[in-house]
Design a protein around this ligand. Structure first.
Ligand code: IPE
Ligand code: MG
Length: 231
């Protein structure tokens, strides 16, 4: 979700106004995903590198998260959304951590949409944590080094129970991954748009989905193989 700051700057508003407006885009996108039967939506809200921003902006972002959890969780729960915060939440203020735990608990049994918010998340962090878990098992003798496979490592990642993403969308014109889901993006379709996140709405999401629908996913096979298996 990139481009909040630039959206605000264009309007001579403080950066935070862009983050607030970005929340509206989150609402629109979540609503459309629920209506359209999208199974999993993962939003990159705050990266492990975003701590480098001015303390004031970080503080305001934390407040925005807390406020959003207070206001939205009940509604999400009513709509069958299972909410999960992925990332190292131990770095967040206590009041935020408590709200996260409570929200996840309340919505844990919902199945209509899995909504993951990546916060203090980094793709490399995810892979390193998974590696540590395997290393402990090797150390304690329950796993041999030769037994380590990509499937086994994938089982230790934070969203191991959910399918890998099909479509990655980055707003704001930058064409890079910026340490988002590194492992999980191996075969993901990438979609970049110039639109700033606060401008991103239902029709923007539909455009991204339409672009996805027009692509042939080959997973290393030839186009002919894919066509044969589809017919
Ligand atoms: C993304 O918008 C939101 C967060 C990282 C929280 P930015 O704040 O990165 O917006 P730009 O890139 O400065 O426009
Ligand atoms: Mg940015």
């Amino acid at each position: 979700m990139d481009g909040n700051g630039r959206w605000a700057k264009k309007r001579l508003l403080p950066r935070f106004a862009g983050h607030q407006q970005g929340m509206e885009s989150v609402r629109k996108v979540v609503k459309k995903c629920i209506e359209d039967g999208v199974e999993v939506l993962t939003l990159f809200a705050f990266s492990s590198e975003n701590w480098k921003r001015p303390a004031e902006e970080v503080g305001l972002l934390m407040k925005l998260f807390v406020g959003a959890l207070d206001r939205e969780v009940r509604k999400l729960h009513k709509n069958g959304v299972s909410l999960r915060i992925v990332g190292d939440i131990t770095a967040f203020p206590d009041e935020l951590q408590q709200r996260i735990v409570a929200a996840e608990k309340m919505t844990a049994d919902n199945r209509r949409l899995y909504l993951n918010i990546a916060a203090n998340y980094g793709g490399r962090w995810d892979i390193v944590e998974a590696t540590k878990k395997l290393a402990y098992r090797v150390k304690h003798g329950s796993l041999g080094v030769e037994e380590i496979t990509s499937e086994l490592l994938a089982q230790e990642l934070v969203m191991a129970d959910l399918p890998e993403p099909d479509l990655f969308i980055r707003t704001g014109g930058e064409e890079r991954i910026s340490n988002f889901l590194l492992w999980q993006l191996a075969y993901c379709e990438l979609y970049f748009t110039q639109q700033l996140w606060p401008e991103f709405d239902e029709s923007s999401l539909q455009q991204a989905i339409d672009s996805f629908g027009s692509r042939q996913r080959r997973f290393g096979m030839t186009g002919e193989q894919v066509e044969d298996s589809a017919s």
